[in-house]
Design a protein around this ligand. Structure first.
Ligand code: NCD
Length: 312
């Protein structure tokens, strides 16, 4: 018997390949609908989506907002700085408030790993994790996968290097689960201070040297140095970091000639990536990632809504 359709999207870990393929196929159809302006605006009519963001965000929040609106939902952005959370309201009180508002879809970003999981147990809405602490950011990995699949036609058999601040990156963790699960080889490249110990258990290969780590790879995925989560002293200086681990033309030349350059944003230009590489019109797919983000989030909202209605 097929598993029951999922009500929440909390993490990539544990998702099976057919489920990911189906989400990517649906997202692919939304890319085309978005480009032609023919999105089904009645799919989420009468539904309420609340964006509950306890951390800063530009791309993720706005793309969930756009995705919800394009499908006809009423979208509300709950800004934490003006909400009762700053007055000491607990996450569970917030959940009770959201239940009373009869929200259908709740998109949560929180600095504590596991916060969306806790909310999912307490709210009646479908919960989407939009990034929890250093744990996971499932829609980012899905949009990265869609970008790769559209450019390369597949994920299986590719070699992807994820570089930089792996330690603090929920993007890296979701991508490791997704890419290894879909049959890609994943390399992690970064200084020992920014790599969690025993990460090899997730089926990845670790490199501390960019030249070795980038040799022949099909995709170079750069990560932001997440200073806000970092204890002092993990990185000597931004200049030094760029010299050894920043992606510039010389280091990129070591990857396969067709290698794609990716970054989830926001970028620190001149720290983890050189501006000319980030803006390279042929190799960088950073803007395409943003476009795919809207399509992927539409697919996720579509799927979860149908699952909640029982007609997935
Ligand atoms: C990422 C995040 O918030 O985890 N950003 C994003 O969603 N595009 C990565 C980051 O903040 O560096």
């Amino acid at each position: 018997m097929a598993p029951a359709p999922r009500r929440h999207l909390l993490q990539i870990q544990g998702m099976e390949r057919p489920e990911i393929d189906a989400l990517l196929d649906l997202a692919e159809s939304y890319v085309l609908l978005n480009r032609t302006g023919k999105t089904p605006r009645d799919l989420l009519r009468g539904r309420t989506l609340i964006n509950l963001f306890f951390e800063d965000s530009t791309r993720t929040r706005t793309s969930f907002e756009l995705a919800g609106k394009r499908l006809g939902a009423d979208v509300l952005n709950m800004s934490v700085s003006t909400s009762s959370v700053n007055k000491g309201e607990t996450l569970l009180d917030t959940a009770a408030t959201l239940n009373a508002m009869h929200c259908d879809l709740l998109v949560v970003r929180h600095d504590q790993s596991g916060a969306p999981h806790l909310l999912a147990q307490k709210v009646e809405a479908s919960v989407v994790n939009a990034g929890d602490g250093t744990h996971e950011h499932p829609t980012q990995a899905l949009l990265d996968a869609l970008t790769i699949r559209r450019r390369r036609g597949r994920i299986e058999g590719l070699t992807v290097a994820i570089c930089g601040d792996i330690m603090h990156s929920r993007v890296a963790r979701s991508n490791i689960h997704l890419l290894t699960g879909m049959g890609a080889s994943v390399r992690l490249v970064g200084p020992p201070t920014l790599l969690p110990s025993a990460i090899e258990r997730l089926g990845v290969t670790v490199f501390h040297d960019m030249a070795a780590g980038l040799a022949g790879v099909d995709v170079v995925m750069m990560l932001r140095l997440q200073k806000e989560r970092m204890a002092k002293g993990l990185v000597p200086s931004a200049r030094e970091f760029f010299r050894f681990y920043g992606l510039d033309e010389a280091k990129l030349a070591l990857a396969a000639p067709h290698a794609l350059v990716m970054h989830p944003g926001p970028m620190n230009r001149g720290v983890e990536i050189a501006s000319d590489v980030a803006d390279d019109p042929i190799r960088s797919v950073i803007r395409e990632q943003v476009e795919m983000g809207v399509a992927v989030r539409m697919a996720v909202l579509d799927r979860l809504t149908r699952a909640a209605l029982g007609n997935a």
